[in-house]
Design a protein around this ligand. Structure first.
Ligand SMILES: [Zn+2]
Ligand SMILES: [Zn+2]
Length: 273
């Protein structure tokens, strides 16, 4: 597939920035963090918290290419810990060792502080609070809820729904949030293996319909369909968004550069509007 077919949604892997006043939170360092790094280089010195849902490749690949890590005076608190045989520090450092990567992590000029976390932990800043819960994914993943000044958001990607019951951690995290960012990688046909598709059950991802179930049950205001399958071109994602809006009108397919102001009651502009 050429880039043209996916240039709207964008081809980068997971990275989401959340701003709570002057505090910066980053979720995951997929390749999307490279562009974020370019933006943050205009705001030196950078102080931010980086939370990992988990450390599958598509969520860590951009780590060595995040320009603010190379600048002295920047400070980062890095949080992770799903099913790691080692600490989050060791896992990330291991990624930057030969023969897989030539630049050693010692070249980073910024101060990096690592924190191993688990379900039940609460991380508080000046103006924000982050709580986390285990999602259902091979090797585990964390969903995160951010609260700041009566606004709230959940980042819940790399999660497979359970057919018998809804994930109670996710339901709990998502209760009454303004925005739920949810793993809607597959269509129902892909997930259940219908209409010529093979089944993706057990692969650790979910569907738009399951996102809507959670959004309705937890009284979510806006649903962001996230972690699109790499084989879905823009127009295909557009069809998923249109379907979703029939059932849950306040839903939107995520795309590169999408910004949501949690104080704005209106839906952000869809890529397809
Ligand atoms: Zn994953
Ligand atoms: Zn992933």
């Amino acid at each position: 597939m050429g880039n043209k077919e996916t240039s709207g949604v964008g081809g980068n892997t997971t990275c989401v920035e959340v701003r709570c006043g002057d505090e910066i939170i980053i979720f995951d360092s997929g390749t999307g963090i490279v562009n974020l790094g370019r933006t943050l280089m205009k705001e030196l010195p950078v102080k931010a918290r980086l939370f990992y849902s988990h450390v599958h490749w598509d969520h860590i690949q951009g780590f060595p290419f995040f320009a603010p890590f190379y600048v002295k005076g920047n400070e980062f608190d890095i949080y992770g810990g799903t099913c790691l045989p080692k600490t989050i520090q060791e896992v990330l450092q291991q990624q930057m060792t030969p023969p897989c990567f030539p630049v050693k992590i010692d070249l980073f000029g910024a101060t990096l502080r690592y924190h191993d976390i688990s379900q039940g932990d609460v991380i508080e800043g000046k103006n924000m609070k982050v709580t986390l819960g285990n999602l259902y994914h091979p090797n585990g993943s964390f969903g995160y809820r951010v609260e700041s000044e009566n606004r709230s958001l959940v980042f819940a990607t790399d999660n497979e729904h359970l057919e018998e019951k809804m994930n109670k951690n996710l339901l709990h995290l998502s209760q009454d949030v303004d925005v739920l960012i949810y793993d809607a990688q597959y269509t129902d046909d892909e997930y259940y293996g219908r209409n010529g598709q093979f089944s993706r059950k057990g692969w650790g991802h979910s569907t738009m319909r399951e996102g809507i179930k959670i959004a309705k049950a937890a009284n979510v205001d806006k649903l962001v369909l996230f972690h699109h399958d790499p084989s879905h071109p823009d127009e295909f994602v557009g069809r998923i968004e249109a379907e979703s809006r029939k059932i849950f009108p306040r839903s939107i397919a995520a795309y590169e550069g999408l910004e949501i102001d949690l104080n704005d009651p209106d839906m952000p502009k869809s890529m397809f509007d």
